[in-house]
Every structure is written in structure tokens, then in C-alpha cells.
Design a protein around this ligand. Sequence first.
Ligand SMILES: Cc1cc2nc3c(=O)[nH]c(=O)nc-3n(C[C@H](O)[C@H](O)[C@H](O)COP(=O)(O)OP(=O)(O)OC[C@H]3O[C@@H](n4cnc5c(N)ncnc54)[C@H](O)[C@@H]3O)c2cc1C
Length: 389
Amino acid sequence: MDYDVVIAGGGPGGSSAACYLARHGAKVLVLDKEKFPREKVCGDGIAPRAVRTLYSMGLRDRLEGNFNKFHGFVFSGGGRYYVKSKIPPTTNFPDHGYIIRRLDLDKILLDFARENGAEVWEGHEVTAPLVKDGRVFGVKALHEGKEMEITAGAVIGADGVHSVLASSMGLLVNNPVHLGLTLRQYFEGVNDIGDYLEIYPDKSISPACGWVFPVTETVANVGVGAMLYHVRKKNISLKRSMEKFIREAKHVAPKLEGATPISTCRGGLIRVGLGASKFECPGLLLVGEAASVTNPISGEGITYALETGEMAAAHLLDNVSSSGEFRHNPAANPFRDKLMERYNSYFSKGTMCIKRYYKPLFMDILLTAVNLRKDYRDYMIRALMYLRH
Ligand SMILES: Cc1cc2nc3c(=O)[nH]c(=O)nc-3n(C[C@H](O)[C@H](O)[C@H](O)COP(=O)(O)OP(=O)(O)OC[C@H]3O[C@@H](n4cnc5c(N)ncnc54)[C@H](O)[C@@H]3O)c2cc1C
């Protein structure tokens, strides 16, 4: 066997798993098809829950003072109420998040995994799992046209929303209730940027939702997203929604007046709410977006990629303690149960709420109500960011 664990994908999920495993003495290899720093289409919002994990990994020094922090949220549906509120203080979570381009964040994370002892091969594309008697025991990879096979005690699929490993093993579930479509673009010269994540369920683009996230004092990450069932049912063009959001959304149009796009407008799919993946099969565990562990209300997935990376690593180390091997056997020790226990109650309620209540009239009522009292606003932020456990 070449490695204890091979990880496909060096995004937040793969890097956190690699870091954890290497720190515990495992011989671990991360393969990523890209060379870092690389772009990843994202809103770049690093929520307080993700910051908690990043700080506990030991990354506080690399983040603090180097990137824009946010301390609160703005919400507006385009009606009367514009809700602006700080992140409520809690004992378990920091009172701030960051906005960090994935170009920067993912390089920091992958370098950190390397510094902690993981081997990392960039520019290596995983093309298929190696499978014997239904069990994954390694991967096939391609590097500069050369094919190779790498064997391991266990494999972690952290290869994102279009996971080759999950797809090859029949583990992706393309259910529109758990799939979202998004577009994002960077703008320079944005007016009135503060230290708030601005989220606009604006009625001009409903049922899509838009965001303006402050990357620097003048640059913002601007985007729109919608659930696939809405896109199909209402025949939505996200490109048109983005144009409308920029030109017509009540509080966004003045902000972006005179701003210049400094990137192309790029799209991405998201797998949310645990419902678009089956998580595992013998020899293979999925984490992050490949496991559909993305917040169904906010579309935030970095938090959960970091957490599930660590959970998968801990799960494999438990296997070593109990059986002396990294080998993953879901029938005897399912990873799914751990994901369900930690997230299912919150994620299933979130999926249901978005499906039933994500409508302009309800948004107006909700924002009117939360505007009445600070404790309602605090509650809303805690619920949106899952600031519990
Ligand atoms: C437009 C948009 C906006 C978003 N905004 C936010 C936000 O503001 N905050 C937030 O928390 N989340 C956001 N998300 C979700 C977030 O981007 C993902 O949940 C998160 O990136 C998941 O991390 P991951 O490590 O699982 O996968 P990824 O970050 O996708 O990393 C997967 C890695 O695997 C590599 N890879 C893929 N295939 C292969 C292969 N075959 N072989 C080798 N390597 C491979 C890729 O190069 C990549 O480096 C957004 C998503 C989109 C699309």
C-alpha cells in the first residue's frame, strides 16, 4: 500500500482532513488537479463557524490583519425594511467572519496541510477510483498525460460538487431540491462598503437571492443564486437575474453605480442540505460539497467542508484504534450516522423553510418582525449561520 489515506481534492475539505490526519501521524497524500493558487467560484464569505475551525487549526495568525473581517449582516427584500445587525456574541463562536478570496484561502489551507506533514501533488487529476470487490482501495490519476495508480488504506473524496469519485461509485444524487445554481463577479469602485455581509432576497429577482460581500474597502464579490427547482419551474435565467440585481435591486443599484467589473461572471452548482450525495461506500468517505454538506439556507459550505474533513479524518483514525487499519467499512461503522447526527436536524428544517417560505411576501413579514427587536435579529443570525454546537 502506497499511503494510509489518499485525498482527492485540496479545497477546504481535503486540506482540513489532510492536516488532521498528518498531525496524527498518518501517511497522507492530497491530489488536486489544479496548481495553487487557483480560483474557485465562491462568495468568499468565511462565516464565524468556519473561523472557529480555522483558528482552532492554528491559522489565526495568517488571517488576522491580512484580510477583511465582517462583523454583521444586512438583509433587505427590497420592501420597507432594511435590517442591519451585528453578529451576536456567543461563548462558542467568534464575533466576526472574513471575506477571503478562495485564491488566497485555499492556498493558505493547502500549504498548512503540507507544513503539517501531508504530501501534496498539485496538477494531478483523479480520474477514477481503484475498486476491488466493491471496495475502493486507491485512485487512478493523470499528470501531464501520464496515468498512475495510487493505493491506500482509505480514500477521502474531497473533490467538490462534481466529484469524480462519488460519481464513479454512484453516490451523487441529482435532486433539484438539494441543488442550487449561482453566479458571481468581482467589482471595483463599489460605494458604501462596510464590514457587513449583505444578503438581498430582493423581490426584483425573487426567487433568486443576491449578495454583496466586501473583499476590500472598494472591491466586492457580487452574486446571485437560486435553487434548481425554482430555476426550472419559473424558467429563470440567472444571467438576467444578475443584471437586474445590479441595476434594479433597491439597495444594491446605488452601491454598484459606476463600479467596474474586474473579473468574468462565473457560475457554479452547489449541493446543499445533505440530500445530493450518499456520503460513503466501502473504502471511500465523502466530505464537503461532494457530500452535499452545504447550508441549505445560506449556501455557505466552507464551514462544513472544514468540519467534515476533520470528522472523516477522525473517523479513519478511530478505525485504526479499533481494528489497526484505516480501511473504511460503512456497514460496521457508518460515517453517515455522524453526519446525520451533527447536521440533519438543522439542514432538513432549513431545506423545508426555503422550499415553503422563500417568497417576497414572507420575506417582508420576516424582516419587519426581526426589525422590531434586537433579540429577534440575533436569533435570525444565529439560525442562518448555525451558531450552535
Ligand atoms: C457561487 C458560489 C458562492 C459560494 N459562496 C460561498 C460563501 O460565501 N461561503 C461559503 O462558505 N461557501 C460558499 N459556497 C460554497 C463553497 O464554495 C463550497 O461549499 C466549498 O468550496 C466546498 O469545499 P470542498 O473542499 O468540499 O470543495 P471545493 O472547494 O470545490 O474543492 C474541491 C477541490 O477538488 C479539486 N478537484 C476536483 N475534481 C478533482 C479531480 N478529479 N482530481 C483532483 N482534484 C480535483 C478542485 O480543483 C478543488 O481544489 C459558494 C459556492 C458557489 C458556487
